[in-house]
Design a protein around this ligand. Structure first.
Ligand SMILES: Nc1nc2c(ncn2[C@@H]2O[C@H](COP(=O)(O)OP(=O)(O)OP(=O)(O)O)[C@@H](O)[C@H]2O)c(=O)[nH]1
Ligand SMILES: [Mg+2]
Length: 661
């Protein structure tokens, strides 16, 4: 008995529509039974009424009634059962939109657990007829897709299974190369196929890992399907754990996170007061019932919800499980939504590896919660080999990242040798960091986007200061409050460059209602980062910039408020990266700070025409202008920005030589 219950629980976990399917089939059977009884009684009665015209015996009457009612009951039951199956299929489809995993118990033949993209289709239906049902279902649910596409997809599956069967963890470079070629399409096959890059791609494109990750977080690599999301922002109304940020603003941020994912539509957005964020079902029983009812009513009214986003940093396994059972929809938290955004926006290999590493603490915490809270059944329960896979993956990711970082260190040293002053641009996500760098450097290729975490790679962009000195602006990953530290820690290393920069520009979004809180959060994080780093957050290295001033021009109180919040008498530079208002003044300030912090000075040096001095200056200082000396035709006036050390060297090499010579 207990075994059956356990089996049922497992099925429930794997198939969210299981319960309603059982319910629906039971109803169908009873309806069939009722049809039989009523049909039998009805036909028998009619025969009795028409006895005069139907001259056969009572036994004959019973036989006719039994045949007619059996046929009717069979028809009703089978129609209803088919409807139940169709409903289950639809529910499975909705659920599996977020989970591309495939039942490991899939029968031999078409399916393999390596199949990713169409895993959800395989999962939803019986495969025993070689995928024919799948094909029918696919064509029915995707009327715009043709058979060709279906064939391509199945081929893709077969190839993937064929070439990825030799486990990536056992080596097998050739298999890996093919796997990668298939995975990324032909355009990627030209890429360098060095051992390192292949190994890194294998780490990123690991189907076995993907199935664990998608069941723990509901995240996927390829966001192809439209999602209909209900956002619920819980907030503590009273007490010491009450957030300093207004719930409306938290809710807005949650909405902005969802809007950062293409094809994700917000169908419903609510903020709900709670006593604590730690309760197993998060909300009070009455509230939970109300929410369940509301979501159900929405679904019935034709709003096709596909997931619920509870805007809390991390939900424990127990909370997630309870809420998923209650809502009958996948539930995501801030961590998993941010991971989904990061997966989407990660372009460089370093960013991809970092996102991959950022996912692991979450999966481990869910496994730990699950083991602590239940008997161990359920979706993300890990087998021993999956645990080993995760541990090995973590080690490999750390190793690869360390390699990339040592390369980054090399680049940093090279930059130092070249003596480029570095200006890091930091700030809350979406504050306009990329836009500001675009305005400062006039680099057309930069693409600011109205999305959270649009920039995930630290990139350097050359720009010229008004004195013609060349500087490097570093674009960085944005900060965000209420993101678990485990997630951001992985990106901290990319911020190392920013922390070691000569000058730090802190961009603030003046048009954002929560500007003050955002600023405080960035400063807190910077202070923590600096504590671990080599340099301090001295005020002379910081330039505070109030961006998007064009959006608040008519709201003087916003500007006055922001200016008065700037600490230690520091100035807040009001700019608009869009209209370029205030950009020139900001450049002058960057120049002033760069010269001050790096000990550089602007000077005009008289050197002999055609001498070694000019070449030396070009190599060791930033020459901004040269002109003939009006007082002496044999001399040249060289305007340069030069460090104190280089100036001493120049004096030592040329001035003393000249004096002695
Ligand atoms: N009106 C106005 N919009 C701006 C200004 N600066 C940036 N934006 C807009 O703000 C949005 C975010 O700009 P980004 O430069 O991508 O912001 P970011 O800080 O780099 O964002 P992340 O990389 O996602 O952290 C874009 O839609 C920009 O067009 C400005 O001065 N005025
Ligand atoms: Mg950016």
């Amino acid at each position: 008995m207990n075994d059956i219950r356990l089996l049922k629980d497992q099925q429930r976990d794997k198939h969210p529509g299981f319960d309603s399917y059982i319910e629906c089939s039971t109803r169908s059977l009873f309806t069939g039974l009722a049809t039989f009884s009523l049909g039998f009684a009805g036909v028998y009665f009619l025969q009795q009424v028409g006895q005069r015209y139907l001259p056969y015996t009572k036994k004959g009457n019973i036989l006719v009634a039994a045949i007619v009612s059996t046929v009717a009951s069979y028809k009703v039951t089978s129609d209803r059962m088919r409807a139940c199956q169709a409903r289950w299929m639809a529910v499975e489809d909705k659920y599996s939109v977020l989970q591309e995993t495939l039942d490991t118990a899939a029968p031999e033949g078409v399916a393999s657990k390596e199949v990713g993209t169409i895993g959800m289709l395989f999962r939803a239906v019986d495969l025993r007829n070689g995928g024919e049902t799948v094909r029918q279902h696919y064509i029915k649910t995707n009327p715009t897709d043709n058979l060709l596409k279906w064939q391509q997809l199945t081929q893709f599956c077969f190839y993937r299974r064929k070439y990825t069967d030799s486990s990536k963890y056992k080596g097998g470079k050739v298999a890996g190369q093919r796997h990668r070629a298939i995975n990324n399409g032909p355009e990627d096959t030209d890429e360098s196929c060095s051992e390192e890059s292949i190994e890194r791609s294998e780490l990123i494109d690991d189907r076995e890992y993907d199935s664990v990750a998608s069941s723990a977080m509901h995240v996927t690599k390829r966001i192809q399907n439209v999602q209909h999301v209900a956002i619920i922002q819980p907030y503590i109304k009273w007490g010491p754990r009450k957030s300093t940020t207004k719930p409306e603003l938290l809710q807005q941020e949650a909405e902005a996170l969802v809007r950062s994912l293409p094809k994700w539509n917000i169908e419903l957005s609510l903020k709900i007061p709670v006593d604590t964020l730690d309760k197993r079902q998060l909300f009070g029983t009455g509230k939970l019932e109300e929410l369940k009812e509301m979501l159900r009513a929405r679904q019935e009214a034709g709003t096709p919800l596909t997931c619920v986003f509870i805007s809390k940093g991390t939900l424990s396994y127990g909370q997630k499980h309870t809420l998923e059972q209650a809502f009958r929809l996948p539930v995501m938290d801030r961590y998993s939504i941010v991971v989904q955004i990061l997966r989407l926006h990660a372009v460089s290999m370093e960013a991809k590896l970092q996102v991959a590493l950022a996912e692991l603490p979450y999966i481990w915490s869910q496994v730990k919660d699950q083991e602590g809270s239940s008997k161990g059944s359920g979706r993300i329960f890990l087998s021993d080999s999956q645990r080993q896979m995760l541990q090995l993956r973590e080690r490999k990711l750390r190793h690869e990242l360390a390699m990339i970082r040592s390369h980054r260190e090399l680049l940093r040293n090279r930059r130092r040798q070249k003596n480029f002053p570095v200006v890091a641009v930091v700030g809350y996500t979406n504050a306009g960091k990329t836009s500001l760098i675009k305005a400062l450097t006039e680099e057309a290729s930069l693409q600011p986007r109205d999305q959270l975490f649009a920039t995930l790679d630290v990139t350097a962009h050359a720009g010229r200061l008004p004195c013609k000195l060349e500087v490097l602006y570093m674009d960085t990953v944005g900060f965000m409050a209420d993101i678990p530290t485990g997630l951001i820690e992985c990106f901290v290393a990319t911020l190392e460059d920013a922390m070691l920069a000569d000058v730090i520009v802190h961009v603030q979004d003046l048009a954002h209602e929560n500007c003050t809180e955002q600023k405080a959060h960035v400063e807190r994080t910077l202070r923590t980062l600096m504590r671990n780093g080599e340099r301090s957050l001295a005020p002379e290295r910081i330039i505070n910039v109030g961006n998007k001033v064009d959006l608040v021009e008519d709201r003087q109180e916003v500007i006055t408020g922001a200016v008065s919040e700037t600490p230690n008498g520091g100035r807040l530079h009001l700019v608009s990266s869009k209209t370029l208002h205030g950009i020139h003044e900001l450049l002058l300030e960057v120049e002033r700070k760069v010269l001050q912090v790096t000990g550089r000075q602007r000077m005009v040096i008289k050197v002999p025409m055609g001498g070694q001095e000019v070449a030396w200056l070009y190599k060791n200082a930033a020459v901004t202008e040269t002109a003939a000396d009006p007082a002496n035709a044999e001399r040249l006036l060289v305007s340069a920005v030069i460090t104190e050390a280089k100036l001493q060297q120049f004096r030592h090499l040329f001035v003393r030589n000249r004096a002695t010579g």
